[in-house]
Design a protein around this ligand. Structure first.
Ligand code: 6PG
Length: 262
């Protein structure tokens, strides 16, 4: 088995999946901080990503994390004004970030459409790429930090971050961050990490719950090209983990994963 080989964990339902993923992420961050003095996590937007953050907020174990030594990044962002409730960062702050003592200098939101770059989404994407490059270490080949965990929700069309099937962003092989226009999932204009940037992460965790994701999960895990199924191109240098509920795993051959937790 290689790091790109997906490992699957299937939970009874989406609530349990969010709770279990939160416990897993808390432990992973604590271990990274114990080993290296700091940790870096890339957050995802979407219902499952937000449910995970809410579960961390409610966890008695949450303050095992040294919040001041945690770097937070985003895998994608809706290119909207900074306070827009549709922004992933605004939702993440409401679910968790405003309730914990993070170091503001270590919370790296993607630029908003009312920022210094105005409505130029490509300039905003380049700015974020530069921020990632500054945070990269000498050993980080690709001018992005070696994220400990990079979280991705999975869309019903197998998109991850804001990389949609057959769209330009999923074809990008050089840039680490791109502007996205005409996204099939509203809002249409977004900023996204590219697959090369995603693949620089030590661990990539893909979150999918609900029967509306069953076809996407089955397609992405059937070995298609990343152009047709971007989620299939999302893997880490050390681990690729799919966190599912039974409904999202419904179209998978049962031998592909151990029985769901009771
Ligand atoms: O900005 C976004 O919309 C998200 O980053 C997006 O990639 C999301 O993770 C998937 O669409 C899954 O969303 P759900 O978990 O809500 O199905």
């Amino acid at each position: 088995m290689t790091a790109a080989t997906p490992q699957l964990v299937v939970h009874r339902d989406k609530e349990l999946m969010a709770q279990a993923a939160a416990a897993r992420l808390i432990t992973r961050i604590v271990d990274a901080q114990a080993a290296r003095g700091a940790a870096s996590v890339v957050l995802t937007g979407g219902r499952n990503g937000n449910a995970l953050l809410a579960a961390i907020a409610a966890s008695p174990a949450r303050d095992a994390i040294d919040w001041a030594r945690l770097d937070l990044w985003w895998g994608d962002e809706r290119f909207l004004p900074s306070g827009d409730p549709e922004r992933n960062a605004v939702q993440a702050r409401a679910e968790l970030l405003d309730a914990v003592p993070l170091d503001p200098a270590r919370v790296h939101e993607m630029p908003a459409s009312d920022g210094v770059d105005g409505s130029d989404v490509d300039a905003a994407a380049a700015r974020y790429a530069e921020e990632l490059a500054k945070a990269a270490g000498p050993a980080d080949r690709l001018r992005v930090p070696a994220f400990d965990v990079l979280l991705l929700g999975v869309g019903p069309d197998t998109h991850v971050a804001s990389l949609f099937p057959e769209h330009p962003g999923v074809r990008e092989t050089e840039l680490t961050v791109v502007g996205v226009r005409g996204a099939p999932k509203p809002p249409p204009t977004r900023i996204s990490l590219t697959l090369p940037a995603i693949r620089a992460a030590r661990e990539v965790w893909l979150l999918a719950a609900g029967e509306d994701k069953a076809d996407a999960v089955a397609l992405a895990l059937s070995g298609p090209g990343e152009l047709q199924a971007p989620a299939s191109g999302a893997h880490g240098t050390g681990r690729t983990l799919w966190l599912l509920d039974r409904a999202a795993a419904d179209r998978l051959p049962p031998q592909l994963y151990p029985p769901a937790s009771a």
